[in-house]
Design a protein around this ligand. Sequence first.
Ligand SMILES: CC(C)(COP(=O)(O)OP(=O)(O)OC[C@H]1O[C@@H](n2cnc3c(N)ncnc32)[C@H](O)[C@@H]1OP(=O)(O)O)[C@@H](O)C(=O)NCCC(=O)NCCS
Length: 182
Amino acid sequence: MKFNPKTVTLKNRKEVRIRTAEISDAENLLATLKKYISDSAFIPKTSNEIIITVEQERDWISSFIQKDNSLLLVAEFENEIIGNIDLTGNPRIMMQHTAIIGMGMLTDWRNVGLGTEFMKSSIDWAKENPMLELLLLQVYCENISAIYLYKKMGFKENGIVENYFKNGEEYHDNLMMSLVVK
Ligand SMILES: CC(C)(COP(=O)(O)OP(=O)(O)OC[C@H]1O[C@@H](n2cnc3c(N)ncnc32)[C@H](O)[C@@H]1OP(=O)(O)O)[C@@H](O)C(=O)NCCC(=O)NCCS
């Protein structure tokens, strides 16, 4: 289902374009992902795991374009991709009414309302999507601003899986959250 692109004004008064990712974004999006993942304590990926090729990134973008229950949005400012949100729809027939949300953005663009705009856009799209009924996400229990944002958007807490993330000898708990969009 098509997403209608939109321009939003953030708390820093900058105007940002939110639109569907295209295959031609692969190189820029990959560069942005690499920057923000290594800058975030709350994305469970090591630097080795984010070194993927532009070709693999193209395939990843393409998978969202092909699946009716999935969406990949990017935010753009002055021709730079500054962040993304993805709804990965479940391919299994009994769970294809569900999608898992992931999101992130460059450090300079955090806490100025982009996450809120990404979430609003995705939830509105999911509500219109005839396949989707339930959105899910997982978040580090220490990720206070993210949890605040998800609750503001209506997500409810489903439970905590203790010690789900392990970084060397350091463990972190995982909060599961969900939102009905039926
Ligand atoms: C988590 C993330 C996606 C949130 O996006 P964002 O654009 O920073 O979020 P927003 O600015 O829209 O909203 C954050 C909210 O948290 C609030 N907040 C920030 N710090 C807070 C704190 N310590 N306690 C309570 N609320 C806090 C802000 O006031 C804001 O709410 P408001 O708009 O109602 O005032 C972003 O910070 C990010 O990319 N972080 C790194 C990657 C990551 O953690 N991804 C999520 C994985 S689940």
